[in-house]
Design a protein around this ligand. Structure first.
Ligand code: FEO
Length: 391
């Protein structure tokens, strides 16, 4: 993207990665992404907020050249390479610039980038005067790493939030993207990046609640011109499940699929929000996005050797690591001659504090009694979910 003016003396200088399709070699990002940076030019000094991926350093430098920029400060809000990876190249070009970040961020810059430039740790709440513009730093750990902070431009009410409130969304329309599209991608982003830290999300929301924010300028995706929209969404996403049931399933010869269909229909008859997700075709990003507001998890798998199908096991490992808000789980599926699937599932999900409902495990094809067992499971979920469904 070319440089764009956001406000008087405030410029978007970011780089757009139109073709990137996975992040962390894990989740798909179907709409690409951007690595946003911003130049703030005051009457006395100028500051660059964040940089870009190392491979896009040249593009960032070109953007800064087009503005004739000579930043006095480079503010590193987060040491992860998608924001700070170009720092060494920038310091080669601007050797007198001082790098500011939290103490953990500066340590990570040394460790991750072997960066040894002129660095100074900021304090929580510290202000930096650029003359007629003032930046205030707020330390916001764990959105997404322990080093993260946000920066508030007082005169314009712009919050530079780094990963917080970001979205993987490449667009030429920095300010005009439809809010619904931002929210959809922001939810996928939240699931991948923020979901393991709901308490930190809430405490950081409180930490910025006194700021009069007109625009949120994240380090991925478009500007958010309606800050309340994304802050309300983050508040909801970090506050627990909505009562939804996610059924993770895979089938080998059709028996488990029959069970998934029956359970899905029974849940729908009880007006339970349900999302069956076939892990053989769903990407991890889709799985995590569905889990953001899930309260119930049903693991539907044939038994392979003694435990769950390996694709289910991989999905469960990710689920356990990302700590979604699920409270209840149940295991269903078909087996050939024996199974220890429930105990193996519990082992994989041991990091989560779950209450397990009675399993429905069937030898071979499910019969009428087995299917009635699934109806009972649906009823149980419906009853337990009463607090969510307003029953
Ligand atoms: Fe966008 Fe945690 O880096």
């Amino acid at each position: 993207m070319t440089v764009k003016r956001i406000a008087d003396g405030v410029y978007y200088t970011g780089t757009v990665d139109w073709d990137r399709r996975t992040f962390d070699e894990l989740v798909e990002i179907p709409r690409g992404t951007s690595y946003n940076s911003y130049l703030i030019r005051g009457s006395g000094a100028s500051a660059l907020i964040d940089t870009t991926e190392p491979s896009m350093a040249g593009e960032l430098l070109k953007n800064l050249d087009s503005l004739g920029a000579e930043p006095d400060y480079i503010i590193s809000q987060h040491a992860e390479q998608d924001h700070s990876g170009a720092l060494p190249e920038l310091i080669e070009r601007y050797p007198d610039a001082e790098v500011l970040g939290t103490a953990p961020c500066l340590e990570l810059l040394e460790n991750l980038l072997d960066f040894r430039g002129d660095m100074r740790a900021i304090e929580d709440g510290e202000k930096l005067s650029l003359g007629d513009k003032t930046l205030e730093f707020r330390v916001t750990p764990w959105v997404h790493w322990p080093d993260t902070m946000v920066t508030y431009l007082e005169e314009e009410g712009i919050l530079f939030s780094c990963d917080f409130f970001g979205s993987h969304l490449a667009t030429s329309e920095l300010m005009e993207e439809r809010p619904g599209e931002i929210l959809r991608e922001a939810r996928r982003y939240y699931a991948h990046i923020m979901m393991p830290f709901p308490q930190m999300v809430r405490s950081n929301l409180r930490k910025i609640s006194d700021l009069d924010i007109s625009i949120i300028a994240p380090s991925h995706g478009p500007l958010i011109m309606e800050p309340g929209m994304i802050m309300d969404a983050y508040s909801a996403w970090s506050s627990g499940g909505s009562g939804k049931t996610v059924i993770l399933h895979v089938t080998m010869h059709g028996s488990t699929e029959i069970m998934v269909s029956r359970l899905t229909e029974a849940l729908m008859e009880h007006d339970v929000s349900v999302r069956p997700l076939n892990v053989a075709s769903a990407d991890p990003g889709e799985l995590l996005t569905e889990l953001v507001d899930a309260s119930f998890l049903v693991i539907a798998s044939p038994t392979v050797l003694t435990g769950p199908h390996p694709k289910i096991a991989a999905a469960l490992y990710l689920t356990g690591a990302m700590r979604p808000p699920i409270k209840y789980a149940a295991v269903i599926g078909s087996y050939g001659w024996g199974t220890r699937i429930e105990s193996e599932v519990k082992g994989i999900l041991s990091s989560l504090n779950l209450e397990y409902l009675d399993p429905v495990l069937v030898k071979g094809l499910p019969g009428d009694e087995d299917l009635e067992g699934l109806d009972e499971l649906a009823l149980k979920i419906s009853e337990l979910g009463g607090e969510y469904f307003g029953k």
